[in-house]
Design a binder for this molecule. Structure first.
Ligand SMILES: [Zn+2]
Ligand SMILES: [Zn+2]
Length: 346
């Protein structure tokens, strides 16, 4: 038995011997069986107003310990109190899944191995409680991307940080526990299983063909045309050939780029335009549906990932993961990607 006193709330990363995936045991929030029970929540206008009054992000103050503040796209360099005109703020997550620490404490328990959940968990909050990112202007989206990059560059240099995961959940069924629009940034010591699979696939293709897998797919998809939704000079959005669910959208830099954090101003503006078109088209086509989007980029563990092509994945919650998806690992898309792209172009 390990007698080391574990700091309260500290999570663990456990290694699955069979799948070679890391799982996180984070007990910060739900602890008792009743905490897991699903309660149907009423959703009417009244409820929405109440939520806004009680919203933790609508009543932020300096005590929330912001690490970054923007006002109308401009970074506020020094702040002693919260500026009245803030438009975006980054704060540490009140219920972090990982926490800063001095030691990873890698250890074994019989055949198992685990490490402490050391890292950083931050929340990127935009000001308006009711305005979702699908209703944002290009400038507002650019501000969010600026915040992602700024925090990425800071966190990637922290001790034990090997991957920076950036994601946005919209809607309860996409896992957003607070309805106020926000994204999350998690800087963690391990490469998460999803990105690991993506890296392995790209690496194998690179080793075998001496070409980037994503550039090759992009070349083919551009010629075929039917899965492309929108493009500008630097970025392109499409429904992937093997879409994971209906209306799955992927956004790529057109140039072969491996590291998101190196994106420049011009590219960020172009990416913001593509995001604005895609998110607003999804809203127009599917209504205010729950969705997730997340960044897939090279780890920041100092190794060479020049074979990888960073991108964003947008996954509207058009279906739920049921037994087959979870058990067989085959996800079901209920519409052809070519047709989904057609709807999103309209
Ligand atoms: Zn709010
Ligand atoms: Zn590429």
């Amino acid at each position: 038995m390990n007698n080391n006193k574990i700091k309260k709330n500290l999570s663990e990363l456990r290694f699955d011997l069979e799948s070679k995936d890391w799982v996180m045991i984070a007990t910060g929030r739900a602890k008792k069986p009743q905490d897991f029970k699903f309660e149907k929540k009423k959703n009417n206008g009244k409820q929405k107003k109440e939520t806004e009054q009680k919203c933790p992000f609508c009543s932020l103050d300096i005590a929330s310990a912001p690490v970054l503040i923007f006002s109308q796209g401009k970074k506020i360099e020094r702040f002693e109190s919260l500026p009245k005109d803030w438009t975006l703020i980054v704060i540490p997550n009140k219920f972090p899944a990982v926490m800063p620490g001095e030691n990873l404490r890698e250890r074994a328990e019989g055949p198992y191995s685990l490490i402490d959940g050391i890292g950083f968990h931050e929340v990127v909050v935009t000001r308006d409680h009711l305005q979702d990112m699908s209703q944002f202007s290009i400038a507002e989206i650019k501000e969010v991307l600026d915040a992602y990059q700024e925090r990425y560059l800071e966190l990637m240099n922290e001790k034990f940080v090997n991957y920076v995961s950036i994601f946005h959940n919209h809607g309860q069924s996409a896992g957003a526990t607070i309805s106020h629009p926000h994204s999350q940034i998690m800087a963690i010591p391990v490469i998460d299983p999803d990105i690991q699979k993506s890296l392995i696939g790209s690496r194998r293709y690179w080793d075998f063909h001496q070409k980037c897998l994503h550039c090759e797919m992009l070349k083919w998809d551009k010629e075929a045309g039917d899965r492309i939704i929108f493009e500008n000079n630097d970025f392109i959005a499409l429904c992937p050939f093997a879409s994971r669910m209906a209306f799955h959208v992927r956004i790529y830099p057109k140039e072969h780029l491996s590291y998101f954090e190196r994106v420049n101003e011009e590219q960020k503006i172009a990416l913001s335009e593509v995001f604005q078109v895609i998110l607003s088209q999804l809203r127009k086509t599917l209504g205010d549906l729950a969705y997730n989007f997340f960044l897939r980029t090279s780890p920041c563990d100092g190794k060479d990932y020049s074979y990888y092509h960073w991108h964003f994945e947008i996954l509207p919650r058009t279906s739920i993961q049921a037994g087959f998806e979870l058990g067989a690992g085959i996800e079901i898309s209920t519409i052809e990607p070519e047709k989904a792209a057609l709807y999103l172009r309209m």
